[in-house]
Design a binder for this molecule. Structure first.
Ligand code: RIB
Length: 313
């Protein structure tokens, strides 16, 4: 494998409380769930775990509550070999939780209660970057305050790192944030939201939309398009939009698949791979994760992970 790459994730942690349902309840209705599972989640932490499983040296910059979940997180990161030097313990907040419903076809609905994740302050980011050694990649999502992500990206660019933003959950972006972002990784829904919100674009064809958006924002983009794989477009390269196909699998639970994709893509890019190669692996690991239930616990590891990597290249 390649050199040990360094990835810092400025991101969230959530305790995922997942109920598997036969159908969603109607307004005012109570129904019985089929199965329940509690696990470690949060987009930032999921992406950090995937990158770490692949062999990256990962530092997590996040905030947990001063409660039992907060302690469980610190233990979990350590067990997974993720550096916790910059995990803040927020005195007056609860740790983040995510209530997740999964339908029989594997689709989900998620409500997050961010708690301590909202306490990831600009000050904390500044203190972190005073001590952080040079990184290959700074990876973030939108489950923490955007001012803090922006500060991290500014500092990251100063140290020569590549910055990657997964704009999930979709929300309006701070004006400056894309200026400091090298790669934007939305899914189709997030792309449609941002394109309309930022530039009034309503083009339906995702290939046309990614091209127009990336050109206006002057940013490299990878857009995940579910079972159809992912689209790659780099506005300053003289190439059309490329679709990188994925394998077709039987879906049990899609929760966290996008995060497996982002963590793998970040790892590939940090390792100096061509973007297509990074997407190829990201597609495989995201597809693998949807065949099992849960988020981080559904990610490939050890021999199975090595097998999938070998099969991919
Ligand atoms: O992307 C999946 C994640 O979104 C879940 O783990 C949940 O915690 C929410 O953050």
């Amino acid at each position: 494998m390649s050199k040990q790459v360094k990835i810092t994730v400025i991101g969230s942690n959530m305790i995922d409380l997942t109920t598997f349902l036969r159908r969603f309840p109607q307004k005012g209705e109570t129904i019985f769930g089929k199965e329940f599972q509690q696990g470690f989640g949060g987009k930032g932490s999921n992406q950090a775990i995937m990158a770490s499983l692949l062999g990256a040296e990962v530092t997590m910059v996040t905030a947990v509550g001063k409660d039992s979940y907060g302690q469980e997180w610190l233990d979990h990161y350590q067990e997974e070999g993720i550096a916790t030097d910059f995990v803040k313990v927020a005195e007056d907040s609860h740790s983040g939780v995510a209530a997740i419903w999964v339908e029989p076809d594997g689709d989900n609905r998620i409500v997050i209660s961010s708690g301590a994740n909202d306490e990831l302050s600009v000050d904390h980011i500044q203190e972190t970057f005073e001590q952080l050694p040079p990184q290959d990649i700074i990876l973030s999502q939108l489950e923490n305050p955007q001012e803090s992500i922006l500060e991290g990206f500014k500092r990251g660019k100063k140290m020569g790192a590549t910055t990657i933003l997964n704009p999930a959950p979709a929300e309006p972006l701070l004006d400056e944030i894309l200026e400091y972002t090298d790669w934007l990784l939305p899914n189709e829904t997030e792309l449609a939201f941002l394109a309309k919100e930022m530039y009034g674009l309503t083009v339906e064809d995702p290939i046309e939309l990614v091209k127009e958006f990336a050109t206006l924002a002057n940013i490299n983009m990878v857009v995940t398009i579910g079972p159809a794989g992912a689209l790659l477009y780099m506005p300053n390269e003289n190439r059309p939009v490329v679709r990188v196909e994925t394998v077709s699998v039987k879906v049990k639970d899609t929760t966290g698949a996008g995060d497996a994709f982002c963590g793998s893509f970040a790892y590939g890019l940090a390792s100096g791979w061509e973007p297509e190669a990074a997407i190829k692996l990201a597609n495989v690991l995201a597809s693998d994760s949807v065949q099992k239930i849960g988020t981080q616990r559904a990610y490939a590891r050890d021999e199975h992970l090595q097998y999938l990597i070998k099969q991919t290249f």
